[in-house]
Design a protein around this ligand. Structure first.
Ligand code: NDP
Length: 289
């Protein structure tokens, strides 16, 4: 069997196209969705992600504001900037690009962002709402994974989903989201032994670790759906995932490539969350006019 490739780049491009119309509709009602991005320091990967996010905003008509701060910024100064953006009427979503310098607590930063503007979905309020199956901002990578599975009509309910990785931004929220969609979920991490015993049972395998070559063909069940979140540079400097793509695609039914899989979906879900935040404000405004 050769797997069908899930083309995240194409699915994301189609979603951006649809979003243009939705943004235009909102604008016709007097609301221009606005996203503020805070970038601390000069980390090249972070700079490139932020550039991409701003380009995406421009493409769909979302207003974006970039705030660049030096890596010597104090935690108090950064929190003050966030508080100002919490109050800004033209900003509906706030994103602080991670990682942050050592002197700054990521959790404090995340918790200072107003839950109404938490378009990354990392605030405990968003995560708690997701946990209790209430409407919430869903972290972009897990949300993007669900969207791509929906786009290729992969059913989730009743399936065994194995998630490798338990970070707060990918593994844990992805597991919760699959559970909310009625999957039976197994979460694996660095202390799971032997890992293959679990991955081989997966109908849908999500790998979010950050280790090239972690999952080979011998680690999956024939016909599994394989979602590769990992982003690693190989010895030639090429971007690769956590999954041995060439061999795994011969055994899987669906597989995501790296690059061009989960990455573009993550980016597009940020736009979707920003649009959602702006719509909520618009609804509130209309209700209280
Ligand atoms: P973290 O480093 O926060 O988490 C990695 C997880 O992998 C941890 O839970 C860790 O376990 C687990 N792990 C480490 N080694 C093993 C192992 N040998 N076997 C099983 N589990 C292991 O990473 P992130 O979740 O932030 O990111 C994961 C990967 O996804 C990275 O490559 C990152 O670049 C990429 N990424 C891609 C995105 C995209 O849009 N495509 C978005 C976000 C991330 P433990 O908890 O026990 O330490």
């Amino acid at each position: 069997m050769t797997a069908q490739m899930i083309d995240g780049k194409a699915i994301a491009a189609a979603k951006r196209q649809e979003m243009k119309t939705m943004v235009a509709e909102l604008k016709s009602e007097g609301v221009v969705p606005g996203l503020a991005v805070i970038l601390v320091g000069e980390n090249p990967a972070s700079m490139s992600y932020v550039k991409g996010k701003i380009r995406d905003c421009k493409e769909v008509g979302i207003y974006s504001r970039l705030l660049r701060l030096p890596d010597t910024v104090t935690e108090a100064e950064l929190l003050d900037e966030i508080k100002k953006l919490n109050e800004a009427d033209d900003i509906h979503g706030i994103l602080v690009q991670l990682p942050l310098p050592e002197q700054i607590s990521e959790q404090k930063v995340i918790q200072t962002i107003s839950p109404e503007k938490d378009v990354d979905g990392f605030h405990p309020t968003s995560l708690g709402r997701m946990m209790t199956k209430q409407d919430s901002f869903v972290p972009c990578t897990p949300a993007g994974i669900m969207e791509m599975l929906k786009a290729v009509h992969v059913p989730i309910a009743g399936k065994h989903v194995v998630v490798v990785g338990r970070s707060n931004i990918v593994g844990k929220p992805a597991s919760l989201l699959f559970l909310n969609h009625n999957a039976t979920v197994t979460i694996c991490h660095s202390k799971t032994t032997p890992l293959a015993q679990y991955t081989k049972q997966a109908d849908v395998l999500v790998v979010a670790v950050g280790r090239a070559g972690l999952i080979g063909a011998e680690d999956i069940k024939p016909g599994a759906v394989v979602i590769d979140v990992g982003m690693n540079r190989n010895e030639k400097g090429k971007l690769v995932g956590d999954v041995e793509f060439d061999e795994v695609k011969e055994k899987a039914s669906f597989i995501t490539p790296v690059p061009g899989g989960v990455g573009p979906m993550t980016r597009v879900m940020l736009l979707e969350n920003t649009l959602k935040a702006a719509r909520k404000i618009n609804q509130y405004r209309k209700a209280h006019a």
